[in-house]
Design a binder for this molecule. Structure first.
Ligand code: ATP
Length: 829
């Protein structure tokens, strides 16, 4: 996991010693401990503060809610009286809870950052003000509550006609003062507590892949909890807090509305003035509720959009920094899927779903409280039904969730198939592969449809069962309530309110159960996302020396290498060679011998298993990879261009002026054809450069390499024949590019090997022969056989110098002849 990730419970940092240590496990695999991070104990100061303050907030609100009678909201809110209501304390408790939770979390995070950045003044100031903030919040709440309780006490003792508050209100006053006192005392202790906390971070070892290891060095199997998912939205805390406030208000209005609905019914039976008054209050509640709902939806959706935008950027950054070996084993389509759909699932979970969850829970609790106040016996009947609804909802929810996950997986498979077919559309078309890819994609879609069918049935059954149970509850309440109205022990208005509450609770329950599935889906998506986010590339990409000068000599010293994706086959078996500065060295050899692998190792796409590679006398592992890659350039047989303009493609490796771009294009024999395009250097080349010819693409790739002014040029000579004119222009450009720099070329042409200072024959992962073209011909070995095979294959280059025969050294040619012609003379094989 990268430093600083995880926050809160996982304030982490890399072990500054940075040492790699092999841990031997007697009966299991050996893992390399790459770095350590820290986590915090569960029982700690900040968690204590958070728990106490949440209990305090909940208790005050519950005591306030329990103290009302049927005139509850009118007396408490509409006609609020300081000495007779604790509505103010309840609101203060909510505000205090939110503030202290946010401030204490921020304090803990900043205090931990201070350990890693001990000299950062801004951080120190931030921590100071957060300490002050905690003390100020609790102190002002303490003052406010003591004043209130003091005044109430004074009334109780000295005012004769003071109407005593209900017992629960008194309890709310006492509990609020006591808790606030404890919280204030705790906050006074915050400085010492933070210092202690900084010392007791627990060390955890991690391996190269970002997996946590246990004390025996084994990978610990962990799935991210829902809390870790929410930690993704940490930066959106202000927006989410605002949204939660708006949600409290909108849920509150939804909870009290049915009460006034009932009152309207009763008022209609009473008098017109009463009816007008009650309807007005109801309209007021609806207006406040609607505005709050609007704010809630806006804030939550905004927070979600912000989070997902950041998450996508972080995830892409994490994927793009992985080593090339990672891309050998992970399919592009799958990675794109993570970026697009998994992040979307998480966006909903941490914002919209959490808003819905808290809304429904509040709605259920609030409605239940009001129902209890309205009629305890009717509520009792409903409470008996609730466990049945919850049980069935959870059971069915799990089943539906399983089906949904399988459906998502099948859909992702289909997406991968489509992506692969579309990205290789030319190959598909060339081999008339349309029916084949259609069938493959169709099969995947069919598989997802089969799961989709089951999902539809499961979802339908789920909705039906929940519907039957909740509507059954409504019918039961209607029957029993009707009986009470008939017996004149209940008013029609109260029954109306009660029925509306029952419906509200039933609907909230049904929707709540569907949320369970969404959260489980989010946990699944988050496992995949966190694995990617926390995956540390084997190669550290922002580490290493940057030197004032780097020369182009290359040395391989006993290099052995195996591709991580094919651990059973060693590809390079102890390769050693040197290339002097300014030399042109040709790599030749049979197909699969390891030529491209050598080039990939120089580019540091992979690190050797053993041995050292030097560039300019420095181990390339000691150089900053970003910097050193700018010092070398590669022109491959089939260069990939980006779907940008020609100018942007040429200047891809570095910022360049218009003149530099044109100069590079001229050097690469590309300026003339570019100028002939209507839009010149602004011409868009299409996906992977499809709008250009092979020769044009190669020349732009050469210009792209030249603009970097590399000390080392790596070339993979084209084997495919271009037309004569184009090939001549490419060859001329390459020859110019080779001048005055070190060049390593995977050679396919006789003319190239003839001009090379040294030819390395790579066969089966070793250097079979080494020397100049003439020396190697005399050796009568692999090289000579290779050359002669080629001559008989008869691929004669159109760019051969007059009087000579240039050939393409195709290592795949199979016919072996005993005699062949080299420059007009017959040579024995
Ligand atoms: N990314 C990879 N993952 C696993 N194995 C690989 C990978 N790339 C190449 N190989 C294997 O490594 C061996 C050497 O391949 P390499 O491409 O270096 O040969 P080459 O000499 O350049 O061949 P050619 O002349 O055909 O390009 C081959 O057996 C090949 O299958």
């Amino acid at each position: 996991m990268p430093p600083g990730m995880g926050g809160g419970d996982a304030a982490r940092r890399r072990n500054t010693s940075g040492d790699k240590k092999k841990e031997e496990v007697p009966d299991g695999p050996v893992y390399t401990v790459s770095y350590h991070t820290y986590t915090l104990p569960l029982f700690r100061y900040t968690n204590a503060v958070r728990s106490i303050v949440i209990i305090d907030g909940l208790l005050t609100v519950i005591l306030w809610l329990c103290g009302g009678d049927s005139e509850y909201f009118e007396k408490n809110i509409v006609e609020f009286k300081f000495m007779h209501s604790v509505f103010d304390l309840a609101m203060l408790a909510i505000l205090k809870t939110v503030l202290l939770v946010v401030v204490s979390s921020a304090l803990e995070e900043s205090a931990h950052k201070m350990v890693d950045n001990p000299f950062e003044i801004a951080l120190e100031n931030q921590v100071f003000w957060l300490h002050v903030g905690m003390k100020l919040i609790t102190f002002s709440c303490l003052v406010a509550s003591v004043v209130k309780v003091g005044l109430v006490l004074n009334c109780l003792l000295n005012v004769a006609d003071y109407e005593v508050m209900s017992a629960t209100y008194n309890a709310a006053c006492i509990s609020f003062v006591t808790f606030t006192f404890i919280e204030f005392a705790l906050c006074l202790w915050s400085n010492r507590a933070m210092r202690k906390l900084q010392l007791i971070r627990i060390q955890h070892p991690f391996n190269d892949m970002g997996q946590e290891l246990d004390k025996d060095g084994r990978v610990m199997k962990k799935s991210p909890g829902i809390l870790k998912v929410f930690s993704l939205a940490k930066d959106e805390a202000p927006l989410v807090t605002g949204g939660l406030f708006a949600m409290l208000l909108s849920s509150g209005s939804q909870v009290v509305a049915p009460l006034f609905f009932g009152k309207v019914v009763d008022a209609a039976l009473d008098s017109m003035t009463e009816l007008n008054r009650t309807v007005l209050i109801l309209v007021g509640i609806y207006i406040v509720g609607s505005i709050a709902s609007m704010a809630r939806a806006w804030l939550f959706v905004l927070a979600g959009q912000r989070m997902v935008a950041r998450l996508r950027k972080n995830l892409f950054a994490s994927v793009i920094r992985q080593d090339i070996a990672f891309f050998d084993t992970n399919r592009t389509g799958e990675l794109c899927n993570r970026l697009a759909s998994d992040t979307q699932v998480l966006q909903n979970a941490v914002t919209v779903n959490i808003s819905m969850l808290s809304r429904y829970i509040l709605q259920i609790i609030g409605s239940m409280v009001f129902m209890f106040i309205l009629n305890p016996s009717l509520t009792g009947i409903l409470l008996a039904v609730v466990p049945i609804v919850s049980f069935s909802a959870v059971r069915y929810g799990k089943f539906v969730q399983k089906q949904r996950k399988e459906f998502q997986d099948r859909l992702a498979d289909a997406g991968t198939q489509a992506e692969e077919a579309l990205s290789s559309i030319r190959t598909v078309r060339m081999f008339s592969g349309e029916p084949k890819v259609k069938e493959l994609y169709g099969n995947e879609v069919d598989r997802s449809y089969q799961v989709g069918k089951k999902l539809a049935l499961a979802q339908g059954t789920f909705d039906g069962v929940i519907g039957v149970i909740s509507q059954g509850a409504v019918a039961l309440v209607l029957w029993y309530g009707g009986k009470l109205v008939h017996e004149k022990t209940l008013s029609a208005g109260v029954l109306t309110s009660f029925l509306l509450y029952t419906l509200q609770v039933a609907i909230a329950f049904a929707l709540l159960s569907s949320l369970y599935g969404d959260f489980m889906q989010a946990v699944g998506a988050s496992i995949r996302i966190f694995t990617l986010l926390e995956r540390r590339p084997g190669m550290i990409t922002d580490d290493g020396q940057i030197l004032p000068i780097l020369t182009g000599e290359v040395e391989f010293k006993h290099v052995r290498f195996t591709y991580p994706s094919r651990p059973e086959a060693e590809i390079l078996k102890g390769v050693s060679f040197t290339v002097e500065s300014g030399e042109m060295v040709a790599l030749v050899g049979p197909s699969g011998g390891g030529k491209s692998t050598i080039v990939s190792l120089i580019e540091r796409f992979y690190d050797p298993d053993s041995g050292i590679i030097y560039l300019g006398g420095h181990d390339i592992k000691s150089l900053d990879p970003q910097w050193f890659r700018k010092k070398i350039a590669m022109v491959s047989q089939e260069p990939t261009l980006f779907a940008f303009s020609i100018r942007e493609n040429i200047a891809y490796g570095r910022e360049a002026t218009e003149e530099e771009v044109i100069e590079a294009a001229k050097q690469a024999n590309a300026h003339d054809f570019i100028s002939q395009f209507e839009e010149g250097y602004d011409t868009l080349v299409g996906e992977r450069g499809v709008r250009l010819s092979g020769g044009q693409k190669q020349r732009i790739a050469i210009a792209r390499a030249l603009i970097m002014n590399p000390v080392l040029l790596l070339l993979d000579e084209a084997t495919s024949a271009l037309d004569a004119e184009s090939e001549h222009l490419v060859k001329e450009a390459i020859d110019r590019a080779m001048k005055s720099r070190t060049v390593i070329v995977i050679a396919h042409r006789l003319s190239t090997v003839r001009n090379a200072s040294k030819v390395l024959v790579i066969d089966k992962g070793t250097i079979a022969e080494m020397g100049t073209h003439d020396q190697l011909l005399e050796q009568n070995g692999v090289y000579k056989r290779l050359v002669l095979r080629q001559l008989t294959a008869g691929t004669v280059s159109s760019t051969a110098a007059p009087g000579t025969t240039d050939v393409i050294l195709d290592p795949q040619a199979v016919s072996i002849q005993t005699q062949a012609v080299v420059n007009g003379s017959v040579v024995d094989v």
